[in-house]
Design a protein around this ligand. Structure first.
Ligand code: UD1
Ligand code: CA
Length: 455
């Protein structure tokens, strides 16, 4: 049996979230909880995914491409057993089926595999865990030989059963055939008047099958989310998992509790990341990179040996080797900084291609611009790239020098070795190796009397 069908229950309302958004679309580590579960499911080769939705079904469907999963709607939430029954028609013969939950986001592919490996024609598998405080969970009841006999829900449990600390995580795996045979036998004669999936355990036992208990690698894998508080707690657990992975791969963190990753981050070795940095989307970092406190880096590549000083924001950009940025630099989408470049404090760049060794050290805006190598852009230089309707380009050739407080009115070009005098407003081309002075001539007026105070 090599086919795998993965059923993900996600019909619940999530009342305690107090939200219009369906619970499984609330984000953990920057992506919806359901996406985490789907990502784990996608690691199982050729698995079919069936998501059971109810509340906010359309919202869930429209969040994903059509091909991401088969969706079945459970219009009334009559219990977990009923929810799986809704998916029965989509299960394949001769498949192993695992039941996951859209609001239990951190399940890993490794645990899913362990569960599937513990299933055959005679065995079903159940993911259980010992909890110091088992309240709220279904308790695992074992017989004198230690075999699992039944799951008893908290609301149906006797006081003896309530003392059991081994609980049902809800994750179960068995064959399509057994699900088809047994689901119709489940009734709703219990405290909640629901069709409990957990009743399958007792049915399996009375049919002479045995239950293999499997434990997760970490407790966070089976934690479910019912409230925003639980979501925030699990977010911290998830961030710590990511921080540990990053450290294990050779990057030091000043404080793993003050590191946030919402997306994927790949890094070389011997990097150092100071406190309160946020990485979003797809970020890659070379080796020997230092990132100061309070930086935000989104969808970007950072080369080797780069130094990013405090409070720098980088979005959809590429930073060349040995570049030095910040503090307080803002690198907007489409920026490509060459190697050994410097972009200093209060500099904003956008769609700026900056050649190797060029410097924009202070208080500038460089947008829609292409700078050659070893260009020096003085403090307070502004590329006037926007005429109110269209954007225009600024070209600055190799080894040029733009004096401080210059205004470059695009479209404009400055040839190689060009020199712009400080305080110039440049509105026509500066040929190579020319000096451009675009400012009013200074007059000195002798004998100047200061205004006297009126009274
Ligand atoms: C369930 C288990 C319990 C286990 C616990 C672990 C049952 C009867 N009980 O209890 O043994 O300890 O999970 O968290 O299975 N859902 C649907 N359709 C429904 C009902 C539920 O899709 O008709 C979905 C919910 O959206 C939720 C999940 O199934 O994601 C679990 O349902 P819930 O009612 O919260 O079960 P628990 O009471 O937590
Ligand atoms: Ca319930």
């Amino acid at each position: 049996m090599t086919k795998t069908d993965i059923v993900i229950l996600a019909a619940g309302k999530g009342t305690r979230m107090r939200s219009q958004l369906p619970k499984v679309l609330h984000k953990l580590g920057g992506k919806p909880m359901l996406t985490h579960v789907l990502d784990a499911a996608n690691e199982i080769s050729d698995a079919h995914k069936i998501v059971v939705t109810g509340h906010g079904a359309e919202w869930v469907r429209s969040t994903y491409p059509e091909s991401a999963f088969t969706m079945v709607e459970q219009s009334e939430q009559l219990g977990t057993g009923h929810a799986v029954t809704c998916a029965l028609g989509h299960l394949r013969d001769e498949a192993k089926v695992i039941i996951l939950y859209g609001d239990v986001p951190l399940i890993t592919a490794a645990t899913i595999c362990k569960m599937l490996n513990a299933v055959d024609d005679q065995h079903i598998s159940l993911l259980t865990i010992e909890l110091p405080d088992p309240s709220g969970y279904g308790r695992i009841i074992r017989d004198d030989h230690g075999q699992i006999e039944a799951i008893v829900e908290q609301k149906d449990a006797s006081s003896d059963q309530l003392r059991v600390s081994e609980v049902n995580t809800g994750v179960m795996a068995l064959t399509t055939k057994l699900l088809r045979d047994w689901l119709p036998e489940i009734g709703n004669q219990n405290a909640q008047g629901e069709y409990y999936l957990t009743d399958l355990i007792a049915i399996a036992r009375s049919a002479g099958y045995s239950i293999n208990a499997v434990q997760p690698i970490s407790a966070s894998e089976v934690e479910g989310i019912n409230s925003r508080q639980q979501l925030a707690d699990l977010e911290r657990a998830y961030q710590l998992r990511l921080a540990e992975q990053l450290m294990a791969s050779g990057t030091s963190l000043a404080d793993p509790a003050r590191f946030d990753q919402r997306g994927t981050l790949t890094a070389g070795t011997d990097n150092f990341i100071d406190i309160n940095c946020l990485f979003e989307g797809r970020v890659s970092i070379g080796s020997n990179v230092r990132i100061g406190p309070n930086c935000q880096i989104t969808d970007s590549h950072i080369g080797d040996g780069v130094e990013i000083k405090a409070n720098t924001v980088i979005e959809q950009s590429t930073i060349g080797d040995q570049a030095v940025l910040g503090p307080f630099a803002r690198i907007r989408p489409g920026t490509q900084l060459g190697s050994n470049t410097k972009v200093g404090n209060f500099v904003e760049t956008k769609k700026a291609i900056v050649g190797n060794g060029s410097k924009i050290n202070h208080l500038s805006y460089v947008g829609d611009a292409e700078l050659g190598e070893n260009v020096n852009v003085g403090a307070g230089t502004i590329t006037c790239n926007y005429d109110g309707v269209n954007k225009h380009k600024t070209d600055i050739g190799d080894n040029s020098f733009v004096g401080s407080n210059s205004t470059l009115i695009a479209p404009i070009s400055i040839g190689a070795n060009g020199f712009v005098a400080a305080g110039s407003t440049i509105s026509s081309e500066v040929p190579a190796a020319h000096l451009a002075v675009g400012r009013a001539k200074q007059r000195n007026i002798p004998g100047w009397k200061r205004p006297a105070k009126n009274n």
